[in-house]
Design a protein around this ligand. Structure first.
Ligand code: TXA
Ligand code: MG
Length: 354
């Protein structure tokens, strides 16, 4: 299959839908899959109410059928049609939605019968969100129905934050990628479920625990007995290269002849201190064959936006090991750490890559 990439002209002043929107909607109506930008990561979209279209998502991603998909809504009115909102938590849900929708917050509800089994992998619940990306919003509103969309990567791999990443993952398997440049948040949406006014965080993301604490008592569902979100599987979001999370890189000594790359958080040196900056750069280049900075400004939001791109770049260098510096665990830093912990699958520096 030939994969076409169409740039979305981001001119929101135009009333008529752009060519990219028309093309995407045409394919969605035909029951095809299309890769679309969202504010978090690129998604692989299909008509959520068409089980055959949704099956094509699983096929293209090689995603196991037990892994349910997030349903994206065209507007808030759709919520009651796809989900059964519990009366006891209705007020809390309305406050959360008023605050965070459209945006990177996914909520898990009891499902309505309109949602095909394949979307929810046979669960009684459905995960729902509303994307704030202008291109996604235009496409879904022209389409007029809910869209099922997981991240547009092959199963178990790093989520794509650019159209090129999507092409690298799924080129030849899907007909269309809509390109709207790099995504803003760079990590997947926060997923929560509400239980008796308690907020269970199933997956950390751009909406932080600190932000959610205003809306209920927070409970982290870290390693559940039964995995309800494979984003919770210990090994997920994995680069091919072994990755190790480290607090203090100064004490790290690479084994002889091993090619080690650094995913750096700590600054090279204080601003303006050129000499110190050079010293650190020299010292680093002695140990590491490649260094990627998450955020030169030490900004966690920027670090999140750069995370998957940096990981992909390091993963392409045939390294023996990627060393990732711990970021602070506050705010979106906790979501970054969570991704890095799941990405780390280094026992020792291996000679062969599996
Ligand atoms: O930001 C995002 O959420 C992106 C963009 C494209 O919207 N989507 C995304 O989808 O990350 P995906 O499929 O890669 O991750 C969705 C996660 C999976 O771990 C899945 O198991 C979980 O959501 N999930 C889906 N339905 C669920 C449900 N009913 N209960 C619990 N977890 C659910
Ligand atoms: Mg995913």
């Amino acid at each position: 299959m030939k994969t076409e990439t169409v740039a979305a002209i981001d001119d929101r002043r135009r009333r008529s839908p752009t060519a990219a929107t028309e093309r995407a909607v045409e394919l969605l109506r035909k029951g095809e899959v299309v890769a679309l930008p969202t504010e978090t990561v690129y998604g692989l979209a299909a008509d959520a109410l068409n089980p055959i279209a949704v099956a094509k998502i699983f096929e293209a991603k090689e995603r196991p059928r037990f892994d349910p998909l997030i349903v994206h809504l065209p507007d808030k009115q759709w919520l009651g049609r796809v989900a059964n909102v519990d009366n006891r938590s209705r007020a809390q849900i309305e406050r959360l939605i008023a605050q965070f929708w459209p945006g990177p917050l996914t909520l898990v509800f009891d499902r309505q019968a309109i949602i095909p089994e394949i979307v929810i992998a046979g669960l009684d619940t459905v995960a729902v969100r509303m994307s704030s990306h202008p291109v996604f919003a235009e496409i879904i509103s022209a389409f007029g129905k809910p869209i099922a969309a997981p991240s547009a990567n092959r199963f178990g791999r790093i989520s794509p934050t650019t159209a090129q990443h999507v092409f690298d993952e799924l080129g030849g398997r899907i007909p269309l990628i809509i390109d709207a440049g790099p995504t803003a948040h760079g990590i997947e949406s926060t997923i929560i479920a509400l239980r008796d006014n308690r907020i269970d965080i199933l997956r950390r993301g751009p909406i932080t625990a600190e932000q959610l604490a205003d809306f209920g008592k927070i409970n982290f569902v870290s390693s559940p007995q039964r995995v309800s979100a494979p984003g919770q599987l210990p090994m997920h979001y994995a680069p091919k290269t072994p990755l190790r999370l480290i607090t203090n890189i100064e004490s790290f000594r690479p084994k002889q002849g091993k090619r080690v790359g650094l995913l750096a958080w700590k600054p090279r040196a204080r601003k303006g201190d050129l000499q110190a900056a050079r010293a650190v750069t020299d010292w680093r280049s002695l140990k590491f064959v490649a260094v990627r900075e998450l955020s030169e400004k030490q900004d966690l939001l920027e670090a999140a936006a750069n995370l998957f791109r940096c990981l992909r770049e390091l993963d392409e260098l045939s390294l023996d090991l990627i060393l990732a510096e711990r970021v602070p665990a506050q705010g979106v830093g906790a979501a970054i750490l969570d991704r890095l912990e799941r990405a780390s699958h280094d026992s020792d520096i291996r000679d062969t890559r599996g």
